[in-house]
Write a protein that binds this ligand. Structure first.
Ligand code: PAF
Length: 286
């Protein structure tokens, strides 16, 4: 497995492989790997001849008061984990190589970014789409694999690839959860034991929503009230959003139905912001 730091070298590596007839699937990450990332890599290995994993904590997708400095990093540990997967190369540039002096271009998607995380994290998605466009241009993968935990990010990247005619197939992987239901996230490492208990407010809210919808409660206003009370019953939680949205347009819905995704963002102890999501009628979708 090769570790490549410079965008030019990465591009040359990928181009040489493509010219020799190899297909490449890309797994974009910010590192601090967990089972969720490893599942993306395994899915990517099934799609193409070679897997490239990018590992870059992208500063432009963090707001001024967000957790860029506290975002967990452990390059050695990540390399030990990735060595065990079928990964041909890791692209791990530094910020100055990705954003050299004079950098001034941004890729942004309009409407989809105004909902959900877009409300409390202004500029976040422009940072994501800019860096993902750069990764697509540098590596030119046939396939790129993203996790469904970042459900809004996935919708935005799909839109961007379609709108800009980027010849990449976007593939998604279902959320990978801990045994007790907590969605895996690199940020979970910043949870102390009390916060870890409060973090279960998200996955249990999702379960509760499915139960209530199954029992016939379809009014989003009513469901929202039930879920907010549930989340706030865990100590140290503050709700960023509890939203029922259409899975494609991300527009808010007033009645829960087959197209409805419940999207949640909760701050734990004021420090760690966690997200989770899922269809409210899971069996109704593929
Ligand atoms: O999902 C992430 O880890 C990041 O947003 C991504 C897609 C790697 C872009 O920095």
């Amino acid at each position: 497995m090769e570790i490549i730091k410079s965008p030019e070298e990465m591009h040359a590596w990928a181009r040489a492989r493509a010219l020799s007839g190899k297909t490449i699937s890309l797994v974009p990450t910010m590192g601090f790997f967990h089972e969720g990332h490893l599942s993306l890599m395994r899915m990517a290995a099934k799609q193409c001849d070679l897997v490239v994993v990018s590992l870059f904590v992208n500063p432009t997708q963090f707001g001024p008061n967000e957790d860029l400095d506290r975002y967990p990093r452990d390059f050695e540990r990540d390399m030990a984990l990735v060595q065990q997967e079928k990964v041909a190369a890791v692209f791990a540039p530094t910020p100055d190589l990705m954003y050299p002096q004079g950098f001034q271009t941004q890729v942004s998607v309009a409407n989809l970014t105004t909902h959900l995380c877009g409300q409390s994290r202004p500029g976040h998605f422009a940072g994501v789409t800019t860096v993902v466009s750069k990764l697509f241009n540098i590596i030119q993968p046939e396939v790129a694999v993203f996790g469904e935990k970042d459900f809004q990010q996935l919708a935005i990247i799909r839109r961007m690839a379609r709108d800009l005619n980027i010849p990449v197939k976007i593939v998604s992987h279902p959320i990978v959860r801990e045994a007790d239901g907590l969605a895996m996230s690199s940020r979970n490492t910043n949870l102390n034991p009390a916060n870890r208990a409060a973090a279960l407010s998200l996955s249990t809210a999702l379960q509760l929503a499915r139960e209530r919808v199954g029992q016939g409660v379809r009014s989003v206003a009513e469901l929202t009230k039930i879920l907010e009370a549930h989340i706030l019953s865990f100590s140290g939680t503050a709700i960023d959003y509890v939203s029922f949205v259409d899975f494609e347009t991300l527009e808010p819905m007033t009645v829960a139905e087959a197209r409805t995704v419940l999207a949640l963002a909760v701050r734990i102890d004021g420090k760690v912001r966690l997200i989770d999501n899922g269809f409210v009628i899971p069996q109704a979708v593929g």
